[in-house]
Design a protein around this ligand. Structure first.
Ligand SMILES: Cc1ncc(COP(=O)(O)O)c(C=O)c1O
Length: 378
């Protein structure tokens, strides 16, 4: 029998259940794997679709210290300001830095730390008055070739930045391009470039994302910067959360809104892209690309109906998907459907949709209601 999706819910539409116990357990696991490092929890893009403030508060963002994150990493000023507006007093790092003097001043006033990755940002700091100096993370490009200075400029940058009245302290970071590949030699090469260019320059160092944290202990250094692993997703292609001892944080769920008895030869959904090979029951679940369920998920993408596996059939519509209910003779309209979560790894769904779990989590749309679970451990 079906149950309401939450205490009040009678709506059959999609919900994302966010398990804050799992989130905290993943942070503790990160600490266990990198015991000598501080943790900058990456919460950009609405905490990878899990809710910026919900996640920051659950990870100790009130500035209480203890077991929580030591800092939060965000992409831009609006995300940083949203943290402060939501009462998060913890350290916040702007991972793309600031584009102009106005944002630099704002960052200083709100005690945000800034990444500096190109010359215009150094010039901004040199010209700034510096009534309230900021902590700066200099980003070196050791091989990702996205943001960052050539590593051989580290010494010159250190000299310039430490002369700036607007700079309180200089730390160093780089970003790994291939940490999700445990066999690639790109990570050791990036790390070596980072170490060699810095030598004995003072300042904390940060290299590891989730892949580095779990797969490359030598990258841990002073600060690790996990994102995806906090949300209970494996950073390694072909491996899921359970294999990495992570607990999925998000469950995306909905309900069947119709069950039909179709005949052999009946075509299902737009374009008639899937044709029933025999007389069979077909379900319609209330979720689609308008909710963030991937349009490119193909026939056979697994779905849980009443906790048991079934398969997606036909094209994903804006609000609905078709479900092959052969093997589910008991299924009825109103029955619960899980699109991903514990028991159905989002990593597996991403493979079926030709994408990565990051994209699926970030894409969950505002139409999806969010329910938070934070019950005591049973
Ligand atoms: C600079 C930086 N550090 C850390 C992360 C976290 O990466 P991941 O989610 O793979 O752990 C990101 C995410 O893209 C990033 O841009």
């Amino acid at each position: 029998m079906s149950e309401p999706l939450d205490a009040t819910g009678s709506s059959p539409r999609a919900r994302a259940v966010i398990d804050l116990r799992a989130l905290r357990a993943n942070l503790q696991y990160a600490r266990h794997r990198a015991p000598g490092s501080r943790v900058m929890a990456i919460v950009k893009a609405n905490a990878y679709g899990h809710g910026l403030l919900r996640v920051a508060h659950a990870l100790g963002g009130g500035g209480r210290g203890g077991d929580g994150a030591d800092a939060f990493g965000v992409a831009c000023m609006s995300e940083a300001l949203a943290l402060r507006a939501g009462g998060v007093g913890a350290r916040v790092v702007l991972l793309e830095g600031v584009p102009d003097g106005a944002e630099l001043e704002l960052a200083a006033r709100r005690s945000f730390e800034i990444v500096v990755h190109h010359d215009e940002q150094v010039t901004l700091l040199e010209r700034a008055g510096g009534a309230v100096p900021v902590r700066v993370w200099v980003k070196l490009d050791t091989g990702m070739h996205r943001l960052g200075f050539p590593p051989q400029r580290a010494r010159e940058l250190h000299a310039r930045l430490t002369r700036c009245g607007a700079v309180r302290e200089v730390a160093w970071m780089t970003h790994l391009a291939c940490a999700d590949d445990r066999c690639s030699d790109a990570t050791p090469r990036q790390l070596e470039r980072f170490r060699a260019s810095l030598g004995d320059l003072p300042g904390e160092r940060s290299v590891a994302n989730s892949g580095g944290l779990l797969g490359w202990p030598e990258t841990h250094l002073d600060w690790v910067r996990p994102g995806i692993l906090l949300y209970g997703v494996s950073p390694f292609p072909g491996r899921d959360a359970a294999q990495e001892r992570l607990r999925p944080v998000m469950t995306l769920q909905t309900r069947l809104i119709a069950v039909k008895a179709l005949c052999k030869g009946d075509a299902v959904g737009y374009g008639g892209a899937w044709v029933c090979p025999e007389d069979m029951p077909v379900g319609v679940a209330a979720i689609g690309y308008g909710d963030g369920y991937p349009r490119h998920a193909g026939n056979g993408t697994p779905i849980l109906v009443n906790g048991r596996r079934a398969a997606l059939i036909g094209r994903v519509s804006m609000d609905m998907i078709g479900v092959d209910l052969r093997g589910h003779p008991e299924a009825r309209a109103g029955d619960p459907v899980v699109l991903w979560g514990p028991g159905l790894p989002v990593e597996e769904i991403a493979r079926h949709a030709g994408t990565i779990p990051y994209e699926l989590l970030c894409a969950v749309s505002r139409r999806v209601a969010v329910v938070t679970r934070d019950d005591p451990e049973s």
